[in-house]
Write a protein that binds this ligand. Structure first.
Ligand code: WT7
Length: 644
């Protein structure tokens, strides 16, 4: 493996060099109060805090509070604070789905748009603490909507536009949103996404929603329900732009974002105001070595946490110019990303390995016909990056000039937890590398014993950091059980991890029943329950398997009801069904019809065996003596060739 030393230019100029990393990491670990008191000054507080950290992961006094007696407004920190010096600087650079469609929103414009929308929300009954669901494409209104909620203290829940009406309904019901902000249609790669129609279908099942604001994006024909639906532009016309920001306690909720776990329905991850914004702003600055004037492009959708923290909150808190791209990587062709880089002279590009693999497969020409000279730093996020894709990113996209920050984090962590810092750490392709300031990782074995030195096991974090989630919406007990009960006193990440002889961390993937498909996190249990909800299905078990493009693919073992016949039609129908129940991101790659599933005598499905068969690694199935009926395994192995 090649190790890439820190380029001397970076070591000399970066905000954080090796010595500074050591000093800051050390201070954050040994004296968190003084470290975070200072870092928190990057924000403007309406009421200064006196207490910094008040956290415990122990069951007896469990609780997580940061800057608890301080007050601030997140939107004011992302907008108003910059007006004195950068009112005319571009806050959001928007590139539409089709080349040639663009918008430039200055901080002054942003102030006006957000103030007006905030007043429109109030005029439509939204109060501090109320929940607002945002179901929008990647258009500036998505950022306006998030910030307008923050301005008045409403809690937003952004639902990715690729989710189905069913999934949307579940997320609306779980947090009892009173208002939904959507668009007539989304536009991706020239294809229309029927957002408003999906909302209509979802709302047939939701009683809490009394208002829907609809952004006109495509002008497509949509039904507007009398007394419930209002055009966004009409709602804005009716109010003024002057909306003083609400003073929010540091621990007041900012947003809920639903994410999949190993069991049950998706969890509403709750982030609060002060700690989250300190974390978002600090990590955005240090991880990306962000400098005023940089054009920063995070290619994630705002429907995911990466979009929340780095397209919107972290970038805008730092007064950056954040690029928002509506479309996809191959429209009109596979050069699009790099054409956008050239068009706006992007300095920092942050994307997902799955996208890089898709681009890599198409050949270097699409990249090489663009300049990319403006790029200074590259980032990767969402899943482990395979060394091959890393090398391609480094050599072809970055022309060996740009360090790559491979940022490991989670919806739950609010922002980057591990990464190499470009001026401080030599790069090892595929390694999440080193912990961010304030992050104390440990690797434990199955019993919870901490393992020292070069080792491999389960990744836990032993102490709180400001960007940590505070609870699962409506289910604090589930929060504790999910993250703090497996290894008492520690936050369990759900990831496996290796530490090498240099102390670098390597994420090896999830160790629970969560899979990562194209950087999207899916609970296998969710896909299983969608499958068994189909009238023809008796039983289903879903596992992940290695997939060249997606990282992991979705492999579903399905047992049909006794009177049903396995056929290509049923298979196609099941695939459609899951797409409809959850959304296209959950499309099964393989449906393996299975007359029976391997179970223990107590009836527990042995997923370990199912994973091995899906991976086509059946030489070493391990101990199968506890199976109720070992012949099931033979049948599955024999039928794999047919189905997979
Ligand atoms: C899971 C979290 C990071 C925000 C977007 C995804 C995996 C994420 C990396 C990385 C290896 C990674 C982990 C993690 N993951 N980044 N750089 N290297 N694995 O957030 O949907 O909450 O998923 O994504 O398995 O637990 P998420």
């Amino acid at each position: 493996m090649t190790i890439y030393p820190v380029p001397s230019k970076w070591a000399a100029k970066a905000k954080i060099d090796a010595a500074r990393y050591e000093a800051m990491y050390g201070e954050a670990a040994s004296d968190p109060d003084s470290f975070w008191r200072r870092e928190a000054q990057r924000l403007e507080w309406m009421t200064p805090f006196t207490k910094v950290k008040n956290t415990s992961f122990d069951e007896t006094d469990f609780g997580i509070k940061w800057f608890e007696d301080g007050a601030l407004n997140v939107a004011a920190n992302c907008i108003d604070r910059h007006l004195a010096e950068r009112a005319d600087a571009v806050a959001i650079l928007w590139e539409g789905d089709s080349p040639g469609e663009e918008r430039r929103i200055t901080y002054r414009d942003l102030h006006e748009e957000v103030g007006r929308l905030a007043n429109a929300l109030k005029a439509n009954g939204v109060r501090k603490g109320d929940r607002v669901t945002i179901y929008l494409p990647m258009i500036p209104e998505a950022a306006f909507a998030m910030l307008a909620c923050a301005r008045i203290g409403a809690i937003h829940s952004v639902v990715f536009g690729g989710f189905s009406p069913d999934a949307l309904a579940g997320r609306i019901q779980d947090c009892d949103s009173s208002l939904v902000i959507t668009a007539d249609e989304g536009l991706r790669g020239g294809k229309k996404v029927p957002l408003k129609t999906n909302v209509d279908e979802a709302l047939a099942r939701c009683t809490s929603v009394s208002r829907v604001l609809v952004v006109k994006r495509t002008g497509g024909d949509v039904r507007m329900k009398d007394g419930r639906d209002i055009w966004y532009h009409d709602a804005l016309r009716a109010v003024s732009a002057d909306c003083p920001p609400e003073a929010m306690d540091a621990e007041d909720p900012l947003f809920i974002l639903y994410t999949s776990g190993s069991t049950g329905k998706p969890k509403g991850v709750l982030h609060t105001s002060g700690g989250y914004l300190v974390w978002a702003s600090m990590t955005h600055e240090y991880v990306f070595d962000y400098r005023p004037g940089d054009i920063f492009w995070c290619a994630a959708d705002v429907g995911w946490v990466t979009g929340h923290t780095y397209v919107v909150y972290g970038a805008l808190a730092n007064g950056a110019t954040t690029l928002m791209y509506e479309g996809v990587l191959n429209y009109p062709d596979f050069s699009r990303f790099w054409q956008i880089v050239d068009k706006y002279q992007v300095d920092i590009f942050y994307g997902a390995p799955t996208a890089l693999r898709a681009l890599m497969r198409e050949g270097d020409e699409w990249v090489k016909k663009t300049s990319r000279k403006s790029l200074r730093l590259l980032g990767s996020v969402g899943e482990p990056i395979n060394p091959e894709a890393w090398e391609w990113y480094y050599r072809v996209v970055g022309e060996e000039r740009c360090p790559i920050v491979d940022t490991w984090w989670q919806t739950e962590t609010g922002g980057t937890m591990m990464t190499p810092l470009p001026g401080a750490h030599a790069l090892k392709p595929g390694a999440a590398s080193m912990p961010m300031f304030g992050v104390k990782p440990v690797i434990v074995d199955a019993e919870g014993c901490e393992l020292g030195g070069a080792t491999e096991g389960n990744l836990c974090i032993t102490d709180s950091w400001p960007g940590q989630m505070r609870t699962v919406w409506g289910d604090h007990e589930r929060f504790f059980q999910t993250y703090f009960s497996a290894y008492p006193g520690k936050y369990f990440t759900g990831d496996g991890c290796r530490r090498d002889e240099d102390g670098y961390y390597w994420i090896t993937g999830r160790v629970d029943d969560v899979i990562n498909v194209s950087g999207h996190r899916m609970g296998t249990a969710e896909i299983e329950s969608a499958l068994v909800a189909h009238a023809k299905v008796a039983e289903a078990a879903v596992v992940g398997y290695p997939h060249d493009l997606k990282g992991q693919g979705i492999y579903a073992y399905v047992t049909l009801n006794a009177n049903e016949v396995e056929s290509a039609e049923v298979r196609a129908d099941l695939v459609q069904w899951v797409r409809h129940e959850i959304g296209p991101i959950a499309t099964p790659d393989v449906i393996h019809f299975s007359p029976g599933l391997p179970k223990t005598r107590s009836g527990k499905i042995m997923r370990r065996i199912l994973r091995k068969i899906a991976e086509n690694d059946v030489s070493n199935l391990g101990d199968i003596s506890t199976l109720a009926d070992p012949s099931v395994v033979e049948t599955l192995i024999a039928s794999r060739a047919v189905d997979a």
